[in-house]
Write a protein that binds this ligand. Sequence first.
Ligand SMILES: [Ca+2]
Ligand SMILES: [Ca+2]
Length: 80
Amino acid sequence: MKQIITHATAITFFATLPAFAGHVADTNGDEVITFSELQAVLPDLTEEVFIQADTDNNGLLSEQEMLNAVDTGIIPPFES
Ligand SMILES: [Ca+2]
Ligand SMILES: [Ca+2]
């Protein structure tokens, strides 16, 4: 299901939960994060780090993969 950024979403974001990082990076709202989407919010991101985070090797990060990556420190927590 597509998620459109709403005021409610923005308010949730201001709780600044690391868990929300995936939504921030997912600029086109398709619920997966591409390398370029993540690089837009993490300019220092390398492809190597992205590959490490992409545990099922499908070239995309799901929200769960993002959470795991932030949780394990592969990807630093970030705010918009
Ligand atoms: Ca996306
Ligand atoms: Ca993946």
